[in-house]
Structure formats: structure tokens, C-alpha cells
Design a protein around this ligand. Sequence first.
Ligand SMILES: Nc1nc2c(ncn2[C@@H]2O[C@H](COP(=O)(O)OP(=O)(O)O)[C@@H](O)[C@H]2O)c(=O)[nH]1
Ligand SMILES: [Mg+2]
Length: 211
Amino acid sequence: MSENPPASGEEISALFTSKCEFIAGSSSVESLPPASTPEICFIGRSNVGKSSLVNALVGQKALARTSPNPGLTKQLNFFSLGDRLILVDMPGYGYAKVSKERKGEWDKLIRSYLRGRTSLKRSCLLVDARRGLMPHDREFMTLLDETAVIYHVVLTKIDALTAKDLGVLLESMTKEVGSHVAAHPQIIATSSMRKEGIHELQEQFLPFAYT
Ligand SMILES: Nc1nc2c(ncn2[C@@H]2O[C@H](COP(=O)(O)OP(=O)(O)O)[C@@H](O)[C@H]2O)c(=O)[nH]1
Ligand SMILES: [Mg+2]
């Protein structure tokens, strides 16, 4: 344990190239792993690029997809990075096909996780740059405002936009995000495909791995 969080490029690289492995998949509050290691969670619509972003952060191509229950299984997948930081790939919201009852259970799990997880340091709300903020994202931002944890709004797939369109999107989104109390004021623009914005995100998370 270090009292002075390291912040150099070397330290970022040491953390994010350390061994990353799947440690748990939870579909109920009772089955969550112990809250002993600092945690970062990734939330967003189904298909927004959550698994791709987790893979890009740890430099592995198929980590998040190779969990024992891939695809549409609605569970929280926990990945331990060098036993210092846990990355949580949350199930996508906005499923049209799920029954109301199942969706209710699901909302309950996500809400209790977000409200009660003592080891949760940051949440990341992923937004597809091709779509911008959608009604479900806004609902989620309101939910995240009620939790005690700061969240980052992270744009994904920025490779699909021109620099000009990205600029326009960032300007309008920054205004909206600014009105949410728990949102970090700076939107992080990423492309897992082109590895853009990945280092910026790693930099945000690094201090939590050393506290
Ligand atoms: N163009 C582009 N496509 C991406 C990027 N990241 C993910 N995708 C694609 O978006 C789809 C959904 O990605 P996935 O990571 O499985 O999303 P998840 O459902 O949120 O976990 C896949 O077809 C990915 O190849 C990106 O940075 N750029
Ligand atoms: Mg996924």
C-alpha cells in the first residue's frame, strides 16, 4: 500500500498490463463477491461497447467476452486487475425482450449494488457517440446522482464520427452533464477500436488502485 499514489506512465502501464482475470459473476445481491478491493463499474445500453472498453483498458482482446456466461446473461461480471482494482462489466440496460418481472429484479440488483457497494470508487456511464444521450441514459444519470459515487460519462465509438461532429456532440453533452450533481464535469471520449481515450481513463482509475 502506498500513501502517495503514483501517476507516471510507467505506473499506469504496470497496473494495466498486470494479470486480469474473471473472479465472479453475480445475479443477486447475496452472490456479490466481498467488497474488499477498490472497484470501478461500467454501465450502459446493451451494445454500447462495455465489454470492448474493459478489454481495451486491460489490453486483452477477449477477456470480458470470455466470462463463463457470455451474451445476454444478466449478471455483474467482476474482473480483478493485479488484485489491486476490480472492473465490473454491468449488464446492458434497454432490453426490449425482457419480461417486466425480470426487469424489476434486475433494476433492484443494479440499484442495490450502486447504492450499497462500499468498495465502489467510480462508475462509468457509457454513451454511444453515434447516438448521444438517450432516454435510458438520462434515467440512469438520475439514478447515479442518488448514489454517493462520482461517475464519468464516457463516449464510446468516437471513430464513427468526424472531428467536427464529435466537437458539437461534446459541447452539448458537457452542458447537460454539468447539471448532474454526481457527474464528473469532463466527458471522456473513447474508441476501443482505435485505442483512443483509453490512457485518459486509466489515469483516472490509477489512484484508486493505490489507496
Ligand atoms: N466502431 C466501433 N465499434 C465498436 C467499438 N467498441 C465496440 N464496438 C462494437 O460494438 C458492438 C458491441 O460491443 P460490446 O463491447 O460487445 O458491447 P456491450 O454489449 O456494451 O458489452 C460490437 O460489435 C463491437 O465490435 C469502437 O470503439 N468502435
Ligand atoms: Mg458486453
